[in-house]
Design a protein around this ligand. Sequence first.
Ligand code: FES
Ligand code: FES
Length: 161
Amino acid sequence: MPENTTTRIEAEVNGAPISAEVEASTLLLDFLREELLLTGAKRSCEVQVCGSCTVLVDGGPVSSCCYLAADIDGRSVVTIEGVRDEPGFEPYERAFIDHAAVQCGFCIPGMILTTKSLADEGELPRDEEGLRDALSGNVCRCTGYRAIIDAVGDIAKAVQR
Ligand code: FES
Ligand code: FES
């Protein structure tokens, strides 16, 4: 008899309760994309370096490519789909548009969620060096970062007192 390796999880994803049976080895990124059809988090490096798969678990950013779906049991998960329609999202969207900070867009969900988690804690730096450091776990292959740093600087001014 093969050993049963599935486990039941009860969690909150983007504000809604979910209950699911997952394999012990299922990655959160795969669970979100394939089971819940939340495709905002992207797969790239798969080794917790690029940040394109970033989602928030209990408010903090995690690399969902290296995080087990089973470990969200009892926790709250937020993806880019969960924040884009929130009233407080407008300054994030506006800043990235104003600075033309998006090219292919692949990195942007992770950039925004990392930014949002820091802003929600009132810890988003306002100076360029601090911003570059804060976003060092989010890699962009297109923009050269200048526009992204300027956009996130605007967000820091807009959403933090
Ligand atoms: S795909 Fe997860 S950190 Fe790069
Ligand atoms: S906009 Fe293309 S990877 Fe960042």
